[in-house]
Design a protein around this ligand. Structure first.
Ligand SMILES: Cc1cc2nc3c(=O)[nH]c(=O)nc-3n(C[C@H](O)[C@H](O)[C@H](O)COP(=O)(O)OP(=O)(O)OC[C@H]3O[C@@H](n4cnc5c(N)ncnc54)[C@H](O)[C@@H]3O)c2cc1C
Length: 355
């Protein structure tokens, strides 16, 4: 701990689920943590995300981060319980399983091959009959799939709940969260950030600014915003028990019945505006899977910017020769990967001494 001065031990740039989770883990170890967030805490991708915790839906091959994805899924129940206990808030977390659909024989073959690779990583799945699909997801149209697989370990969390709980837990741990306070520069050599017209130094800096990270730190892989539209419907609670997914299309339900359909994948820079044509297209697609939605227009539509990166995997590492660390590029899986990212980052930082 940095006891020689009033400087923080750690400055975390970016109050999304990645920065927030890292800050929480560090604050739990007694470090003086300051979070600087350009907007509202959790106001970007981390509140927009659907919250599927589905290594089975995302992993195509073995890699460092696919193994970490499986680990993060295993960490989730304890992460949620600990966060609920510390914050005093409830988090909507459901171990609901997922149905993955194949529309034709070709897609079914691809699903089977992928499942074999996933099994080696510890991701369980099995084929299900049409009758079993009907029982698992009664409102799903049986016209939209040729075959289906069941992923029993896939789960769902409401990321808005996670962000509120992180905010409360950080406050209980005396971490300082400054919202609407953009960092305008990071000096990697001095381990300092420019904010509010002045500079602040710290023992370490963690830059977790999602899609904006490479605007702040030079000579790192470019962060790429990948826009996604989502739509939501007010439905009867419990009417869609599992996640249903088919490629990049998916449907899921929160505990209160709010049912989400997604998602578009768009490269439009930092534009977050809603496009009514895309909203209508998502509604038409969702209605093919759940015909009951056709006469029930979505009650909500929103967008978010997934933090893509011009690299094969997320960037969670130290900038060589400095005390500045990076944690960005979690793209479609940042909600899933938050617990493992926070564990890795806290482990790395705490095994060293702050100077
Ligand atoms: C439509 C959609 C659906 C998704 N669905 C899922 C899903 O089902 N499962 C899943 O695991 N993931 C999902 N994701 C991805 C997930 O939301 C992201 O990977 C995750 O939220 C990234 O978290 P983050 O903290 O890195 O980024 P962010 O939440 O974007 O946080 C970065 C923060 O940094 C702040 N910032 C930027 N610049 C500065 C600055 N100069 N100074 C200070 N602060 C700054 C921003 O304001 C922002 O709050 C989805 C994303 C979208 C958009």
């Amino acid at each position: 701990m940095n006891t020689a001065s009033r400087l923080p031990d750690v400055i975390v740039v970016g109050g999304g689920i990645i920065g927030g989770s890292i800050a929480w883990r560090l604050a739990q170890h007694g470090l003086r943590v300051v979070i600087l967030e350009a907007g509202a805490f959790g106001g970007e991708a981390s509140s927009a995300g659907a919250g599927m915790l589905i290594p089975g839906g995302e992993i195509q091959e073995r890699s460092l981060w696919s193994v970490r994805g499986v680990e993060s899924r295993r960490l989730y129940p304890a992460f949620v319980s600990e966060l609920e206990a510390e914050s005093g808030l409830c988090i909507d977390y459901r171990e609901c399983g997922a149905l993955e659909l194949a529309a034709d024989a070709g897609e079914a073959d691809a699903l089977r091959s992928r499942a074999a690779i996933q099994q080696d990583l510890g991701i369980r799945s099995s084929p299900v009959t049409r009758q079993e699909v009907r029982e698992l997801a009664p409102p799903l149209s049986t016209d939209v799939f040729h075959e289906a697989r069941w992923y029993p370990d896939d789960a769902l969390v409401n990321p808005v709940d996670v962000m509120q709980a992180l905010r409360a837990a950080l406050s209980r741990r005396n971490a300082a969260v400054h919202e609407f306070t953009p960092v305008t520069a990071v000096d990697v050599d001095l381990c300092a950030v420019e904010w509010n017209g002045g500079w602040m130094e710290a023992g370490w800096i963690v830059v977790a600014a999602g899609a904006w990270t490479s605007q702040l730190v030079r000579r790192v892989p470019e962060a790429i915003p990948v826009k996604g539209h989502l739509i939501g419907y007010d439905r009867e609670a419990g009417s869609l028990p599992p996640i249903v997914r088919h490629g990049h299309r998916y449907l899921l339900q929160r505990s209160n019945g709010f049912t989400i359909a997604g998602a578009s994948v768009e490269h439009r820079g930092f534009d977050r505006s809603l496009d009514s044509t895309i909203v209508e297209k998502l509604h038409q697609t969702a209605s093919r899977y759940l015909p009951g939605l056709l006469s029930d227009p979505p009650s909500k539509a929103w967008t978010g910017l997934r933090p893509g990166v011009d690299a094969a995997e997320p960037q969670v590492r130290r900038i060589e020769g400095s005390d500045v660390w990076l944690a960005y590029g979690h793209y479609r899986n940042g909600i899933l990967l938050a617990p493992v990212t926070a564990k890795l980052m806290a482990g790395s930082l705490l095994s060293q001494e702050v100077v």
